[in-house]
Design a protein around this ligand. Structure first.
Ligand code: ZN
Length: 81
């Protein structure tokens, strides 16, 4: 026995699981005035994002994931130059 332990990298976790990034169970995300076109996909929704803009929760989560990936890529680029 050498006493050395081989360490394994932890299992890769996905950045987020679809549908679990945002918690929109609060009633402030529901607009009773009626459906309006989603700011991302254009289909009608009664959900509102944190800025009160019409948005599906899944569309908002996808947009956040894209923003995070872009920020991460920009950070990596910035770090190598
Ligand atoms: Zn949408």
């Amino acid at each position: 026995m050498t006493g050395r332990k081989r360490r394994r990298a932890p299992p890769a976790e996905p950045a987020y699981r679809p549908g679990q990034l945002l918690d929109w169970t609060d009633s402030s995300h529901w607009d009773h005035s009626g459906p309006r076109p989603c700011r991302y996909c254009g289909f009608p929704t009664q959900l509102r994002d944190s800025h009160r803009a019409p948005a599906h929760k899944t569309c908002a989560e996808d947009a956040l994931a894209i923003q995070a990936a872009e920020a991460q890529a920009a950070y990596r680029l910035k770090g190598t130059t």
